[in-house]
Design a protein. Structure first.
Length: 180
């Protein structure tokens, strides 16, 4: 011990340094456990309309709390027309949705009400493990009496999942369609 140093002060300083080191290590571990994670949903096919060539995939980031997930989805649609019966038109669409965790493997996104009909758009993502995801979108019309168009809106859920992703093509050729 150096001349003139107080043993109690030195012990207190050493204890304080030890506590600060432990707090720093524990804080680093907590931060590592709360870091955002990246989720890939590689393929979803329209399960509600299996004859449609309608597919999606997405990449999502889960926030530090683990309760919010923001996803970028990319849709690919192949459609036909009687004007060119041997040609499929390919159209893509990109959109973003933010989900809140409802249960361990279930995420829900609510948007709306919007527009004249007060449409509420509810999308649910269910993680069935690995690359097996199910996405269900349901539109609820809250103002059906606003117009005849509102009463005619389809409120049936649209489901996309990882099953039956391989589909036969009704065309020989493919060409670009509309960009959305």
């Amino acid at each position: 011990m150096a001349a003139g140093s107080d043993p109690v002060t030195s012990a207190t300083a050493l204890l304080a340094l030890t506590v600060l080191t432990l707090v720093s290590v524990c804080s680093a571990r907590a931060d590592a456990q709360q870091t955002p994670s990246h989720v890939v949903i590689p393929f979803l096919a329209n399960a509600a309309k299996p004859a449609d060539l309608d597919f999606e995939g997405g990449e999502c980031d889960v926030d530090k709390t683990g309760n919010t997930m923001t996803c970028q989805f990319q849709q690919v649609l192949l459609t036909t027309t009687d004007l060119a019966p041997h040609t499929c038109f390919i159209t893509t669409n990109r959109y973003e949705r933010t989900f809140q965790k409802q249960a361990g493997t279930r995420w829900v996104s609510n948007e709306g009400p919007a527009g004249l009909c007060g449409v509420v758009d509810i999308t649910t993502l269910q993680d069935d493990g690995g690359v097996r995801w199910t996405l269900e979108t349901r539109k609820n019309v809250t103002l059906k009496d606003a117009s005849a168009e509102c009463r005619a809106l389809d409120e049936q859920p649209e489901t996309f999942n990882w099953q039956n992703i391989r589909r036969a093509l009704p065309c020989t050729f493919v060409q670009p369609g509309l960009l959305r």
